[in-house]
Design a protein around this ligand. Sequence first.
Ligand code: SF4
Ligand code: SF4
Length: 168
Amino acid sequence: MIMKKPRPPSSTGILRKIGLPIHAIAHISIVSLIHSMWLRLSGRDYIITGECSMCGCCCQRINLKYRRGWIRRESQFHELIEQIPEYSRFSVLPEEQTGTYLNFSCSWYDPQYGCSDYDNRLDICRNYPGKSLPVQGGKLLPGCGYRFKEGIPFDRRLAKEMKKIQRK
Ligand code: SF4
Ligand code: SF4
């Protein structure tokens, strides 16, 4: 039997299907977005492997999210602080201001002891690195102990096997 290959997505209708508003497209890498949609349509996804080696790199150079995109402009950062004052611990890395996304360092980071209040760190710290990083064209920092793989997530494999068992 010849299996038809699914076609790569090409319309904004797909954006709605995966829950991204049209305006989000302005904040992300189109190539990465299309690749991510293509992964989903083929039943795969990004899988995070590895573990944190506590190198502290992401505390000294991190991208921040505002609404559904990563921050590109300082004005977005100021709006974020107005909404969530806890983000005032971050400051823009000056040499990075011309990049696609702004990079930030955290004033809570101590080179000797790490996070000065680890129990009260933000969700973005707890969840780093998230799948939205590759979706939006971001990359892991050099030296980070995590890796992104592409494959069929365990829960999808499990659901498929359960369906097979139920059919028997
Ligand atoms: S709050 Fe702590 S874990 Fe989060 S970026 Fe700052 S130093 Fe790192
Ligand atoms: S860059 Fe990666 S390995 Fe280093 S502290 Fe952050 S999550 Fe952990």
